[in-house]
Design a protein around this ligand. Structure first.
Ligand SMILES: [Zn+2]
Length: 447
C-alpha cells in the first residue's frame, strides 16, 4: 500500500513541467504518473507546482558554538519554510570549525539532534589542515572550503597560495571539490587600510574597498591552480556577472569548475545596501545595477550552476552600529526560491525547469548525491509544493530563523512554498514547521 499520494500538482524537473501525481512509499518516490490509485494519506496539490526539495549548498548555522546567532533547529525550519529539505553547512562560524574528523563528529551529533531537514557537511581547508582532508573525506564531507581573503573570523584563517595549491592537489587525489571564497586579500586589505586612514567609513566606502577586480583576480588564480592539479573547483557566491564570465572561460579551457551565486546578488543592488545598512552587508558585496544585469544575463544563459543562500546570520547586536564593524552576512535562507520565481520566472522568463536545476538537480549532481534533487521513482521523497501566482509580502513574523532579521522583510514576491516534504514526511505546512527533528547526515557517493 502506498503511504502518501501528492495529487493533482504540476511536477517541475529539469527535464520538463508536467501534470502528475506522486506516490511515496516510506522515504522514497515510488511512482510519478497521472491518476495514481489511492493511498493511506493524500495531499491535495491542485493548483500547486511541485519542485524537488531545495538543496542549499551554502549555509552557516553556526552550531555548535554560536547558536545565539542561528542554529540547526531554527535554521532548518527557515530552510523548510523556503521549500528546502537539505543543507550543506559551512565549516566556519561554528566553534570549533570543521577542520578535522573530531569536529565533524561533534557537529554531526549536534545537527542530528536539532535539524528537521537533512544535512551534509563541508570540511575546512586552512593552513596546516591539508593532512586532515583524507580523514574528513572518509567521514563524508561534500568538499573543502577555503578563503582567499580574511574570513571575518580569526579562527578560520585564509589559505596562502601554497596551502591552496597543496589542498587542491589533495582534494583532486580524493576526488572531492574545493570551494573557494574568491576575493584578493591584498587588494582588499590595502584599500580598507587606506580608507581607514582617510576616515572614510560610509557604506559606499565599504563597497569600494571590495571592488569587482578583487573577485576577478582571485577567480583567475583559483581556476589556474585548480587546472594545474586537475582539481574540482566550486566558486561560491559569485557576486558579479564579470566573475561568472571569467569562471566560465576557465571551464571552456577544461578546468572542472562549478559556479554558485546567491539570491541577494540577484535581488539587491548597491543602492539597496546604502538604504538598508548592515542587514544587507556581505562579502563579496552586493554590486551595482549594471553588474547585476550582467549576472542575470549569465544566469539566463545557463552559465551559473547553483544558487545557494549563503545564509549567515549573527546576533542582532552585531548588525547594529558602525557599518564597517558590523557582521558581514545576509540572513536570507527562506527567500531563495521566492527570488528565483519572482525575479527569475515571473520577471525574466527564467524557465521553471532551470530553477529546479539550480536549486536541486545540479547541487545533487555536482556533489554526488544521486538520490536527491530529482523527482523520479526511487529518489528520496523530498518535495517543495509551491503556489506560483499568489502574491505575498515577507513579514518578520514569517521568518522561522533564530532572529527575525533579513533584508527581504517587506519585499513582495509571487511564488511561495506552501508545503515541504522531507523523505515522505511533511516538515513545513500552513506557515509552520511541522516536525521537531529527524534530520540526518547525507554523504556523497565515494569516488
Ligand atoms: Zn558563506
Amino acid at each position: 500500500m502506498t503511504d502518501l499520494v501528492v495529487r493533482g500538482g504540476t511536477v517541475v524537473t529539469p527535464e520538463g513541467v508536467n501534470r502528475a501525481d506522486i506516490a511515496i512509499e516510506g522515504d522514497v518516490i515510488s511512482a510519478i504518473a497521472p491518476e495514481l490509485p489511492g493511498a493511506a494519506e493524500e495531499v491535495d496539490a491542485r493548483g500547486l507546482f511541485i519542485f524537488p526539495g531545495v538543496i542549499d549548498v551554502h549555509v552557516h548555522f553556526n552550531e555548535p558554538g554560536h547558536t545565539d546567532w542561528e542554529g540547526a533547529a531554527t535554521g532548518s525550519r527557515a530552510l523548510a519554510a523556503g521549500g528546502g529539505t537539505l543543507f550543506f553547512d559551512m565549516p566556519l562560524n561554528s566553534i570549533p570549525c570543521t577542520v578535522n574528523a573530531r569536529e565533524f563528529d561533534r557537529k554531526r551529533v549536534a545537527l542530528e539532534a536539532a535539524s528537521i531537514t537533512d544535512f551534509a557537511l563541508w570540511g575546512g581547508l586552512v593552513p596546516g589542515s591539508v593532512q586532515e582532508m583524507a580523514e574528513l573525506a572518509a567521514r563524508g564531507v561534500v568538499g573543502f572550503k577555503a578563503f582567499l581573503c580574511h574570513s571575518g573570523l580569526d579562527e578560520f584563517p585564509r589559505v596562502d597560495d601554497l596551502t591552496l595549491l597543496e589542498g587542491l592537489r589533495e582534494a583532486a587525489r580524493l576526488g572531492m571539490p574545493v570551494a573557494v571564497h574568491a576575493e584578493n586579500h591584498e587588494l582588499i586589505a590595502a584599500l580598507s587600510q587606506r580608507m581607514a586612514g582617510e576616515g572614510r567609513r560610509s557604506v559606499r566606502d565599504f563597497l569600494e574597498s571590495r571592488p569587482v577586480i578583487a573577485e576577478l583576480e582571485a577567480i583567475q588564480r583559483a581556476t589556474l591552480l585548480a587546472g594545474e592539479v586537475g582539481a574540482k573547483l566550486h566558486i561560491i557566491h559569485l557576486s558579479s556577472g564579470r566573475g561568472v564570465s571569467l569562471a566560465a572561460e576557465a571551464r571552456a579551457r577544461g578546468v572542472d569548475v562549478s559556479i554558485e551565486t546567491c539570491p541577494h546578488y540577484l535581488f539587491f543592488t548597491d543602492e539597496d545596501v546604502e538604504r538598508l545598512g548592515a542587514i544587507a552587508k556581505c562579502a563579496p558585496p552586493v554590486r551595482d545595477r549594471q553588474e547585476q544585469n550582467h549576472l542575470w544575463a549569465e544566469l539566463l544563459r545557463g552559465t551559473v550552476d547553483v544558487v545557494a543562500s549563503d545564509h549567515s546570520p549573527s546576533s542582532p547586536d552585531r548588525k547594529a552600529g558602525d557599518f564597517w564593524r558590523a557582521w558581514g552576512g545576509i540572513a536570507g535562507i527562506q527567500s531563495t526560491l521566492a527570488v528565483l520565481l519572482d525575479r527569475g520566472y515571473h520577471q525574466r522568463r527564467l524557465p521553471l525547469e532551470r530553477i529546479a536545476a539550480l536549486v536541486a538537480a545540479e547541487p545533487a549532481r555536482r556533489f554526488r548525491i544521486p538520490d536527491r534533487g530529482r523527482l523520479v521513482p526511487g529518489a528520496s521523497a523530498d518535495l517543495a509544493l509551491v503556489d506560483l501566482s499568489a502574491p505575498f509580502t515577507l513579514k518578520s513574523d514569517d521568518l522561522l530563523q533564530r532572529h527575525a532579521l533579513s533584508p527581504y522583510i517587506g519585499a513582495s514576491f509571487r511564488g511561495v512554498a506552501k508545503r515541504t516534504i522531507r523523505r515522505g514526511e511533511t516538515i513545513f505546512a500552513g506557515g509552520k514547521a511541522t516536525a521537531r527533528s529527524g534530520g540526518k547526515l547525507v554523504r556523497p557517493l565515494p569516488m
